[in-house]
Write a protein that binds this ligand. Sequence first.
Ligand SMILES: Cc1cc2nc3c(=O)[nH]c(=O)nc-3n(C[C@H](O)[C@H](O)[C@H](O)COP(=O)(O)O)c2cc1C
Length: 192
Amino acid sequence: MTASIDRHAQTAAPIHPLLASRHSTRALAPDVDLTDAQAAALIEAARWAPSAGNTQPWRFLLARRGTGEFKRVLDCLNPGNRDWAGTASALLVAVRTDANERGPLSHAMYDLGQSMAHLTFQALAEGLTVRQMAGFDAAALADEFGLAAPLVPTTVVAIGVAGDPADLHESVSGPDRAARVRLSVDELLIQP
Ligand SMILES: Cc1cc2nc3c(=O)[nH]c(=O)nc-3n(C[C@H](O)[C@H](O)[C@H](O)COP(=O)(O)O)c2cc1C
């Protein structure tokens, strides 16, 4: 029996309840499928994110649990992520494109991140949760799915319904049991 921990943000000023409630969880319900409507809404939210010069330097590979693609993405995760992400309803590979026909896209990483922020909040509105991952073998993933430059797999995003941290193996449950911390407002505001 483990004490549950309040993972809501302790905010210094009121913020939107969805933002305050968002947190990354490794515990995901293993028996919930992503519906077609949810999948469409997530991609649509990402699609309508702003980007530098409207270059939209994001591409997505959505793999649902139970498919061969899901297993292929899962196999490219670092062991510490593979040990919990298998219960996700879907794994989404967030891919940036570093150039288009007009040349390099200097803000591709930034823009892709912003599209993931939009996807994250659509997910919350759908009753879903996401946990993003940098812990994967990008070269192996690119090779597995034939993603050649300028396409760069940048994160893998686990999407699902929040589960019970008590169901996680103790080797990966630490983050779900830890208090959420942030720099103070004073620490992050640059004084002119
Ligand atoms: C780009 C990025 C990479 C991340 N990589 C991992 C990862 O490989 N494994 C993991 O369990 N969590 C990963 N996370 C989740 C962070 O650890 C988490 O967002 C952070 O601790 C703050 O917690 P919060 O999202 O609950 O506010 C990543 C998050 C981001 C945005």
